[in-house]
Design a protein around this ligand. Structure first.
Ligand code: BYC
Length: 317
């Protein structure tokens, strides 16, 4: 018996092979759809939960200028979450269901947002390191094989690059300030460096999804490749800033043409991803409360939409 590949599967394979985009109405393997919903939903959740560590500082920003910048940045993250939930909806996912999965702990969000932002220097370091890592990870996603995800990433990356610069500029200002301010920047760098490296996910040999996501061109680089790119990009920035990255093994390796760096604490990563990080409970409790308190807004929006639809039907009749 011979097996034939259905023409739609051939079309899918050809599209991937030619580096073209899969669009919502195209046929796609069920696992491709599932993988994308998983990654895009996790990405959307990360943007929304990611508003919390910095959002916490809006009322305590040291000047009106810093408050306006921070407000705009946190608002951008909400926008990123919305683009990404919309991209997930084009795959047939239901946004209310995704939110339910997040607040019941059935879907993940980035490990990084389970660490506390203890001082205002953390706002700068989050912009510099966390948004810097996000850019490194997300720029290649602008070439992801799924059209709506790739297109959402283009705008997100432009805004992330503004976020990264605002963080760096804030740290530059603090480094030109008092000794106490410089100590705050160093302390925040010490706390966020290793968690930032963990954002790229488990090492390649322990990453169950990478090989298939690369074959489907959902991901364009492996976790370790992007982590290395981030380290190489960040070391000179740390030098220009005048802070020390908390890794005694960090040094330039001329043979590899890259910086070598120390071993990441993968046991800590697993703890944080499985819900036992310093702020997991606080983040989800806060998100759940915001969802409950927003119920009346969703009801009002649904009632308004129903009224508009009825009016449109009346006019059409
Ligand atoms: N944290 O096989 P792997 C932002 C999970 S927000 C938690 O390598 P994959 C910002 C992974 O999901 C930017 N979980 O997976 C916002 C998988 O779990 P399941 C967020 C992690 O998908 C506000 C398992 O571990 N960026 O920029 O091939 C303020 C095995 O991993 C993590 C994105 O979401 C983690 N760090 O690769 C400031 C980028 N790492 O579902 C800034 C889009 C891995 O199989 N996502 N896991 O049980 C990706 O690029 C990829 O999904 C990852 C993981 C590289 C993260």
């Amino acid at each position: 018996m011979t097996t034939t590949t259905p023409p739609e599967a051939e079309h899918f394979d050809r599209t991937i092979e030619r580096d073209q985009r899969i669009e919502p109405r195209d046929w796609m393997p069920e696992d491709y759809r599932r993988t994308l919903v998983r990654q895009v939903a996790q990405h959307a959740h990360s943007e929304i939960i990611g508003m919390q560590p910095e959002g916490n500082w809006i009322t305590r920003a040291p000047s009106l200028r810093r408050k306006a910048i921070l407000l705009a940045k946190v608002q951008d993250e909400a926008g990123h979450g919305l683009y990404l939930y919309s991209a997930a909806e084009t795959l047939g996912a239901d946004r209310a269901d995704l939110t339910a999965r997040l607040i019941s702990g059935r879907q993940k969000y980035s490990s990084i947002f389970n660490y506390p932002a203890l001082t205002f220097a953390d706002v700068g370091v989050i912009g510099w390191l966390v948004d810097g890592a996000a850019i490194c990870n997300q720029v290649p996603l602008c070439r992801s094989s799924y059209g709506p995800y790739a297109r959402a990433m283009i705008r997100i990356c432009k805004e992330e690059s503004f976020h990264q610069r605002q963080g760096y500029e804030l740290l530059m200002t603090m480094m030109r300030g008092t000794d106490a301010q410089r100590r705050m920047v160093q302390d925040a760098t010490n706390r966020w460096w290793w968690p930032s490296l963990m954002m790229f996910g488990p090492p390649d040999h322990d990453s169950p999804n990478t090989a298939r996501s690369m074959a489907w061109k959902i991901k364009r680089h492996t976790n370790d490749e992007l982590r290395q790119r981030f380290v190489d990009m960040t070391v000179p920035q740390a030098e220009a800033l005048g802070v020390t990255l908390p890794d005694p093994e960090l040094r330039w390796n001329p043979e590899r043409g890259h910086y070598d760096f120390g071993e990441i604490d993968w046991a800590e990563f697993k703890q944080v991803v499985s819900g036992n990080g310093p702020c997991n409970e606080q983040r989800i409790t806060h998100r759940r409360r915001a969802h409950e308190e927003g119920a009346w807004v969703r009801e009002a929006a649904a009632a308004h939409a129903a009224k508009q639809a009825a009016r449109t039907r009346e006019v059409a009749a």
